[in-house]
Design a protein around this ligand. Structure first.
Ligand code: ZN
Length: 236
């Protein structure tokens, strides 16, 4: 084998090797210190996609934070337009769209508080690899935040099977990560139906709050970003 071929072969070998763990630091909370994110079991290419997805999510969270003083941010309007179920609260004195906007705000704020906890305590966010040949992009156990006694550990799983096929979709992975975080802070959608609050929340992050549905052609399958398994959505 020539030297060049050997270098190429070694390069491919190391590129496809999954890493035990790699920690990156990101400013995920819009106005606070960086948090450490531990990635476990991914290849270098997959880790790079996750890093870009975290950056993408970070920008979107900052966008929402910037618009926070407005009564209806683009994020809230986007989520309110598409979500039809799974309310955290519903005030009969408000209009439907006001209620949906409020519920959308809760999703942002609950994740923001969890990120703040991680920033302040130094607790690592963990993103672990799973490999399943199906349409599942991520998994997370449903947590029970907010509870004064605990920091909701943001431990989620991403499916390498779909990650490898969508290495350039940091937008969709950013939305997926946000969606999985929402499970960790207590949200669920037992059947994964369209219109659930946190499904739309994730998709609104993915498409930068645009007030239009996900395009078929760009997403491959119809609503792929936020498919996860109800088996993992155990209320505890
Ligand atoms: Zn889910």
């Amino acid at each position: 084998m020539s030297k060049n071929l050997l270098v190429l072969a070694l390069g491919i070998f190391f590129c496809l090797q999954t890493h035990a763990a790699r920690t990156v630091s990101k400013r995920l909370h819009p106005d606070h210190a960086k948090v450490d994110i531990d990635m476990e079991g991914f290849t270098t290419a997959e880790e790079n996609t996750i890093e870009r997805a975290l950056d993408f999510l970070s920008y979107r969270l900052s966008d929402i934070r910037r618009e926070n003083l407005r009564s209806t941010s683009k994020y809230e309007l986007c989520v309110a337009k598409y979500s039809t179920k799974d309310w955290r609260e519903w005030d009969a004195k408000l209009t439907d769209s006001q209620n949906k906007g409020n519920n959308a705000y809760w999703t942002y704020n609950d994740v923001r508080l969890a990120l703040l906890d991680h920033a302040l305590t130094g607790l690592e966010i963990k993103i672990k690899a799973i490999y399943e040949e199906n349409k599942v992009w991520g998994r997370a156990f449903v947590g029970n935040y907010p509870k004064a006694s605990m920091v909701p550990d943001l431990v989620i799983k991403l499916n390498r099977y779909n990650l490898a096929k969508n290495l350039k979709r940091e937008d969709a992975w950013g939305g997926t990560i946000f969606h999985e975080f929402l499970h960790r802070v207590g949200y669920s959608h037992p059947t994964g139906y369209p219109g659930s609050l946190i499904k739309e929340a994730g998709l609104c992050v993915t498409r930068k709050f645009a007030m239009k549905p996900v395009k078929k052609s760009t997403m491959g399958i119809r609503r792929p970003a936020i498919l996860d398994d109800p088996m993992y959505e155990i209320e505890d």
